[in-house]
Design a protein. Structure first.
Ligand code: DGL
Length: 273
């Protein structure tokens, strides 16, 4: 049976970071309902093995299917890098990751064909951006770097802080030296320090936020599959949030970045799935 077009979209991440993707879906597809899962008990994924990230992703997809979602967005770059290919073949539901939408736009927008990619150790170690970009255009040079300190800085709320600017300049100096004209923010948290990254890199470098590009690709995917929602019904909770730990902390962070007042956040036992 074809899923209901008024069913919600499932969005998941290792924790709060994927809210940057949920936020873009809310802004760009306001008729869509969302069920969000943040794996706050097992975050971070960025330094976990591929095997574990695949296992976590499978469990979360089982949970989201139980919520009767019509499509799933893997909002986490690390989970997209490690698990998307595996789970796409296993589940009979459209599944979208965040790597390809960001990389596609970077390939279109670079002028000098030097693209920088920043992300977690897992994402950068997987080499997935470089492989995909080279497939799009073998003439592209990819400069990649893991920036593991960015995630804790964002979670601490130091978005516009001299310490963050210092860390940004230490990590990103190399991209200036190698003259990258486009930089993919390949981790859910990085769009939140975009202005600090902009301050260091300057106006001449195109910063690609895969969260935005993913929301646009989700719209095309839903349209192609005949799954775009009509008008959003006046429901009490069009956006529902689930976590594997610390629901109140999640809710406070969500309320600080979403254009919507998060009321319902529920903790579930993800190991059951
Ligand atoms: N959500 C992760 C990502 O986009 C960052 C946080 C983590 O390491 O789990 O790669």
């Amino acid at each position: 049976m074809k899923p209901d077009r008024d069913a919600p979209v499932g969005v998941f991440d290792s924790g709060v970071g994927g809210l940057t993707v949920a936020r873009e879906i809310m802004r760009n597809l306001p008729s869509e309902k969302i069920v969000y899962f943040g794996d706050t008990a097992r975050v971070p994924y960025g330094n976990k093995s591929k095997e574990n990230v695949i296992r976590y992703s499978r469990q979360i997809i089982h949970f989201l299917l139980e919520q009767q979602v019509k499509a799933i967005v893997i909002a986490c770059n690390t989970a997209s890098a490690f698990a998307l290919d595996e789970v796409r073949n296993e589940f009979d539901i459209p599944i979208l990751g965040v790597i390809e939408p960001g990389a596609r736009v970077a390939a279109q927008e670079t002028k000098n064909k030097k693209i920088g990619v920043i992300g977690t150790e897992g994402t950068i170690g997987s080499g997935i951006h470089a492989a995909f970009l080279k497939k799009l255009d073998p003439g592209i040079t990819v400069i990649s770097k893991a920036c593991p300190l960015f995630v804790p800085l964002v979670e601490e709320g130091w978005l516009h802080d001299p310490v963050t600017l210092e860390v940004v300049s230490r990590y990103l100096q190399e991209f200036k030296e190698k003259e990258a004209d486009t930089l993919i923010l390949g981790c859910t948290h990085y769009p939140l320090i975009r202005s600090t990254i902009r301050e260091f890199m300057g106006e001449g470098v195109r910063l690609v936020n895969p969260a935005y590009e993913t929301a646009l690709e989700l719209a095309s995917l839903l349209e192609r599959e005949g799954l775009l929602s009509g008008e959003k019904k006046q429901e009490e909770f069009p956006y529902r949030f689930y976590v594997s730990d610390l629901a109140d902390k999640f809710k406070a962070f969500a309320n600080s970045i979403l254009p919507y007042d998060v009321e319902m956040t529920k903790k579930i036992d993800i190991e059951k799935y």
